[in-house]
Design a protein around this ligand. Structure first.
Ligand SMILES: Cc1cc2nc3c(=O)[nH]c(=O)nc-3n(C[C@H](O)[C@H](O)[C@H](O)COP(=O)(O)OP(=O)(O)OC[C@H]3O[C@@H](n4cnc5c(N)ncnc54)[C@H](O)[C@@H]3O)c2cc1C
Length: 479
């Protein structure tokens, strides 16, 4: 591995693979880093080593990953798996940890394509063993053909919840119930998006087929579910909820929850990227120009991390970022960049037709965040919702001050699990907006690494002050 590249791409999902392939095909020296040991990202996880059974069951959308993988392998881009990026500096430096050794390398440009994550949603009992993300179980199936044993309940909202339910039904997993928190009757807010969504019929038909498969299976499927609770002392034993006036109670060994997907914004906040708030889906995303360039000249963002729009759109966003990088490096003139970008932008537009409908249909209701005081919010530091509310009552108005006082968001996950709900709770308590409540700042190291690894890094010979590796860049975050 060199110490300098034309471009470093962080993430080997659809966005990162496409950006890397485009740039390497043009002859650039490209390094693609990913913390997973294999390429594919979330959707194409382990696709190159997938069993025939998985390739068939996961469908053509999954097999698309084989084409991306083949293009990437042929492109000449260098891949480094098991490489967790823990710092990005706007000047074009990246620190990452691989096999217990940390390195700091440089690039003319960096494309951050670190994707999305499932929206963490606290509710009573969510920290019990046996409660897992539906997406995490999907990942285990792709990675290792693992499947839940015992009785399962699925709960939450969003297309991926239904996708996972359909997959588990096909695998003959025993499902006690699907508890959808999506309202029984869709909000009128979806109506203006219906005409455009009809241009994306393939996607909508896939959804209809999934719903029909679920109905045919006979698995009880409730909509408009509220007051979800995971029951158990030391591990999950059951699930309780309400559906209208009906009380629901199920014995279960596993509760799979999913409340939609939000950009994994930590890495952007780490280097001080300006962030924007998506009102309908209630998430933060990095502010970029039409090519994916952030407020830093050398750093681009691509894929679902810039706003959740699905795997194909992620590919296209990766391609746009690559075209602008290639143009900046003098490989293609501006007019050629624009010519090549035109069909890509058209494809993004077409692919996006059903998206506003999906976003409106599965829009999280802010009331869903009105948890009981006793509910654990920060699972790393064992801070409850009540602790946060009491702090706000004492006059604290910013999530970062709440963090300092309660330690919510100060644990090893750096607020990945509690941050989104923390903002909602503080804003609701103040009867204010999320933007005013603020966004948790993020400091390096983004991922847990032993200090001995940092101490062993060869950075002093670069004239670097080791203290700068940990300086807080996120104070520059703009909302
Ligand atoms: C849990 C989960 C499961 C999903 N499953 C499906 C599905 O089955 N079908 C579907 O249509 N959509 C699915 N999605 C949505 C799907 O992820 C996206 O539409 C698509 O994968 C986005 O592509 P991307 O390239 O932007 O990011 P991703 O595919 O998420 O790729 C991002 C990559 O960045 C890497 N990365 C992140 N942080 C770091 C770091 N600090 N250092 C190094 N590497 C890093 C990750 O390991 C990952 O490989 C899922 C989303 C989630 C969160």
């Amino acid at each position: 591995m060199s110490s300098h590249y034309d471009t470093i791409v962080i993430g080997a999902g659809p966005a990162g693979l496409t950006a890397s392939s485009c740039l390497a095909e043009m002859g650039l020296k490209v390094l693609t880093l990913d913390e997973q040991n294999r390429i594919g990202g979330q959707i194409y996880r382990n696709v190159e080593k997938a069993s025939v059974d998985n390739l068939v069951k996961m469908g053509p959308e999954y097999r698309r990953g084989l084409e991306l993988g083949e293009r990437f392998r042929k492109s000449g881009a260098e891949y480094s798996g098991n490489s967790s990026v823990w710092n990005v500096e706007p000047e074009g430096r990246v620190c990452f940890s691989k096999d217990g050794v940390s390195e700091r390398i440089t690039a003319n440009y960096i494309v951050v394509a670190t994707g999305a994550m499932e929206r963490p949603m606290p509710f009573p009992g969510w920290t019990l063993p046996g409660v897992m993300g539906a997406g995490a179980v999907n990942g285990l199936a792709k990675d290792a053909n693992l499947c839940p044993s015992g009785t399962v309940v699925l709960a939450g909202s969003g297309p991926l919840l239904l996708l996972e339910a359909a997959l588990l039904i096909e695998k003959k997993v025993k499902i006690a119930a699907i508890l959808e928190t999506t309202p029984k009757l869709p909000s009128p807010a979806i109506l203006p998006h219906l005409p455009m969504a009809l241009f994306g019929t393939a996607f909508l038909m896939k959804g209809v087929k999934m719903l029909l498969d679920i109905k045919k299976s006979g698995v009880p499927h409730y909509k408009g579910v509220t007051n979800l609770k995971a029951l158990g002392e030391t591990a999950l034993t059951g699930v309780e909820a309400e559906c209208g006036s009906k009380k629901l109670n199920f014995s279960a060994e596993m509760l799979l929850v999913h409340f939609g997907v939000i950009p994994d914004s930590h890495i952007y906040r780490l280097f001080g990227c300006h962030m924007e708030w998506q009102k309908e889906q209630r998430y933060w995303y990095p502010s970029t120009d039409e090519w994916g360039r952030t407020n830093f000249e050398k750093i681009f963002a691509a894929g679902d991390g810039t706003g959740v729009s699905g795997a194909l759109a992620a590919e296209f966003k990766g391609e746009l970022a690559a075209l602008e990088v290639a143009s900046c490096l003098g490989l293609i003139p501006g007019y050629e960049r624009d010519r090549l970008a035109e069909p890509v932008r058209e494809a993004i537009k077409k692919d996006g037709y059903p998206r506003p409908l999906i976003d409106a249909f599965f829009a999280p209701d802010p009331k869903r965040f009105s948890f009981d005081d006793e509910t654990v919010l920060c699972r790393c530091e064992n801070v409850t919702v009540g602790d946060v509310r009491n702090t706000v009552k004492q006059g604290v108005t910013d999530v970062n001050e709440v963090k300092i006082i309660t330690r919510s968001g100060m644990g090893p996950c750096q607020g990945r699990m509690c941050g989104p709900a923390l903002g909602e709770i503080v804003a609701a308590e103040l009867d204010s907006t999320i933007q005013k409540a603020g966004l948790l700042s993020v400091r390096p190291p983004l991922k847990q690494i032993p200090l001995s690894e940092v101490a062993s890094m060869d950075i002093v010979s670069d004239g670097v002050d080791p203290a700068n590796l940990f300086k807080n860049q996120s104070k520059k975050v703009g909302h």
